[in-house]
Write a new protein. Sequence first.
Length: 257
Amino acid sequence: MEDRNFDDLAHKFAASIYGTAKGEIRQTVVWHDIEQILLTLSQDKALNVLDAGGGLAQLSQKLASQGHRVSLCDLSSEMLALAKQEIIKNDLIEQYRFIHSPVQEVAEHLPAKVDLVLFHAVMEWLAEPLQALEGLCEQVKPGGIISVMFYNYNGLLFKNLICGNLNHIEKGMPHRKRFKLQPQQGIQPELVYQCLEHAGFKILGKTGVRTFHDYMQDHDMGDFSFEQIVAMEQKLCRQEPFLSLGRYIHVYAQKPI
């Protein structure tokens, strides 16, 4: 396995991940956590933010619109170009600096430690995800926060169980290369939590992202609206057992002063 570069799939990735109901649920649920992070950090000052492997920078653009300064790092020059187009269109270019680099080497391009690191939906595409997380923890200044969202191994396992893919499970759920936008691996939540705590961080919150939406067998059946799905996701996503079954998990943690 090697780190995934999205140069060849940037446009498809943007449409398939962000322009969907799944993407909207993800943005809504995680932004609620980001608001809690800002309450902890901001105190009406502009923050220095690193969006590591940030893709189209959708969440960090919301931060930039509030006056925070963002360094957007990505391995894919195509993703950075697409992000820059959106950032210019939204009149946020003054708030951004762009770093074309693997996240593992971003320290070489940062003038100082940052207040907030966003590391969202990247670990599952890396050959050594925990090593990358450890490196990014080092870029957080004392009192700062790291926000990590990862493809949940437990959610992947549960999805395969309810679909009856037992042979695939018994083989260790290897990555199916024909599904180009499926992450390369699920990440064990406990390994992420342990990594953060080993780095000296205090975990402030955990959230399941899409705790039931992706498990709904037939979206044409039942009595619901999309707005109800989003509201129910928000209601369940921070309580067990739903949190640990999210297709993704968002965890944020603070570095001691």
